[in-house]
Design a protein around this ligand. Sequence first.
Ligand code: NAP
Ligand code: FE
Length: 375
Amino acid sequence: MNDFTYYMPTRVFWGEGCLARQGDAISRYGTRALVVTGKTSARASGAMDDIAGALDRNGIPFAVFDEVEANPSIETARRAGAAARSFDADFILAAGGGSPLDAGKAAAVLAGNECADDDLFSGNFPNPVLPVIAIPTTAGTGSEATPYSILTDTAKKTKRNLKSDRLFPVLAFLDPRYTFSLSREATASTAIDALTHALEGYLSTRATPASDMFALRSMALLGPALTKLSASAPGREDRENYLYASFLAGCVIAQTGTTVLHAMGYHLTIFHGVEHGRANGLLLVPYLRHVMAAQLGRVREVLDTLGCGDLAGLGRMLGPLMKRDVNLADGQIDEYARIAVQSPSAVCTLPPPTAGDIRAMYRDAVGMKKIRKDE
Ligand code: NAP
Ligand code: FE
């Protein structure tokens, strides 16, 4: 067995009503809080009532920053950081999908560190980072268990990864009820994001025996759940499975990071408005075909664990769950491939892709003249 490390310092509370039952744990992180969230989800999901209840019970005054957009920008994170500073918050309570969780993590850095973008993304912030408490309302990113904050650099038209062990949330409250209000499309897209985390971590050059264990369990839950989602709306147990699988997959990428699949997907999100999970899903089959060239056995294990047999079976499983509304011209593919091949996550892909390989994956999945082999 190769040497490996494992680090995941977040204390996780799981279960319906966990914030009402165990929310007093927040009181050790300070006496003033900033709640960072999106426009509607924390309220629509019922999380906001539980958060206010826990803060009130513990006599903790709080302010709310509810301006986080999907795929949050660096500017939004800076405004949330300024809100934390002006309220004199001791800690951040981030509630919502991956976007508010990531904005909350970055705000925790920016509240006490006035750094330029490049210092921020190189992890070069000298002052303390506020503790973050994460309350997910989607089941996809696993951000509650990762040291990452993914922000959109609107000037450079790219997504950038702020990574620091100081960004692991101190606490996470995982209540499946908060995901009940997700639409079928959002459920599918976020679950596909979790699936790609587990799968990319499993196929990464940075995979470890410990991360593999989480990845296999996550995929074993997600395969049947996604198959079922094509035919029926998710029930209570399905919601539990999605959230648990998403958390496990977060534990995977906390150790391994992602691979070139995520780097490629970012362009579909930034330039074509495709939701993060669906962007990865659209590219998944060609990506696995590429990885098979060096890791046939591992890819077969992935497909068996998902219960879809082969790549065509995976295509059939995901097909009904994803709109296919992107068609890239060759010039766009060339441009995106040129950038994706330089991404740090491309290096963790086995076999390491050339720009030509990436162009072929894009063309196969979303090229204008693609041949739909997998449908
Ligand atoms: P999201 O961008 O947080 O949310 C997407 C949409 O779903 C928003 O409109 C949101 O509403 C809504 N929503 C959230 N929870 C809901 C609920 N319970 N009921 C109804 N609507 C709900 O989506 P996401 O896929 O969870 O997060 C994507 C972001 O996470 C991307 O920026 C991605 O790059 C990042 N990510 C981070 C990590 C990490 O480790 N940090 C890993 C993977 C991905 P509101 O407008 O109210 O928020
Ligand atoms: Fe992701």
